[in-house]
Design a protein around this ligand. Structure first.
Ligand code: ZN
Length: 165
C-alpha cells in the first residue's frame, strides 16, 4: 500500500488547471498504480475524496467515497467508491444546499459551502469505461469539491463561516 504526500494550502500544485488524461493513458500500469495509491492515501487520512493535484499529479483524476461510515463526517450517509477521469458535472436542478466541508489539503478547517444538491456527472472510470450518472446530497457535494481541485479551486475560497476543528 502506497501512501502519497498530500499537498497543503499554499502549494502551487493546488492552483493549477489539471490536464486531461488520454484514453491510452488510462490503461497503463502507471495510471493503475496512481489510482490505487490515491485510494490508499484517501483512506489512510479518512478522507471522503481526493483529487490528483492533491498528490502533486497535474491530471484530471478524482476518487470519491468508498466508505460505509466516515470518521471525519460521521453524520453523513455512505458513499460508493467511484473513480472519475476527466470528470464533468452539471446541475440536475438549480437547487443549492449549504453544508459543512473540509479538505485533506486544509487540515483543521471546516466551512459551509453552497453546492448543487443534485448533479449529473460523467467521466471515465479506472478501466476506461464511460460513466454517466446522477448524484445527490453529500455524494454530489464531494464530486463538486473534487472537480474544483482540478480547476485549482479550494473550498475555503467559496466557504462562509470558516471554523477551526
Ligand atoms: Zn479537498
Amino acid at each position: 500500500m502506497m501512501i502519497l504526500n498530500i499537498e497543503k494550502i499554499g502549494s502551487s500544485a493546488l492552483k493549477k488547471l489539471a490536464q486531461l488524461v488520454t484514453t491510452e493513458e488510462i490503461q497503463t500500469e502507471a495510471m493503475q498504480k496512481l489510482i490505487s495509491a490515491m485510494i490508499s492515501t484517501m483512506r489512510y487520512h479518512e478522507g471522503v475524496g481526493i483529487a490528483a493535484p492533491q498528490v502533486s499529479v497535474n491530471k484530471q483524476i478524482i476518487c470519491v467515497g468508498g466508505y460505509e461510515k466516515n470518521k471525519r463526517y460521521p453524520e453523513q450517509p455512505p458513499v460508493p467508491l467511484i473513480i472519475l477521469i476527466n470528470p464533468q458535472y452539471e446541475p440536475y436542478e438549480n437547487n443549492f444546499v449549504d453544508d459543512a466541508e473540509g479538505c485533506l489539503s486544509i487540515p483543521g478547517k471546516r466551512g459551509t459551502v453552497a453546492r448543487f444538491q443534485k448533479i449529473k456527472y460523467s467521466g471515465y472510470d479506472q478501466y476506461g469505461s464511460f460513466i454517466d450518472a446522477v448524484a445527490e446530497d453529500f455524494f454530489a457535494r464531494i464530486i463538486q469539491h473534487e472537480i474544483d481541485h482540478l480547476n485549482g479551486i479550494l473550498f475555503i475560497e467559496k466557504a462562509k463561516d470558516i471554523v477551526d476543528i
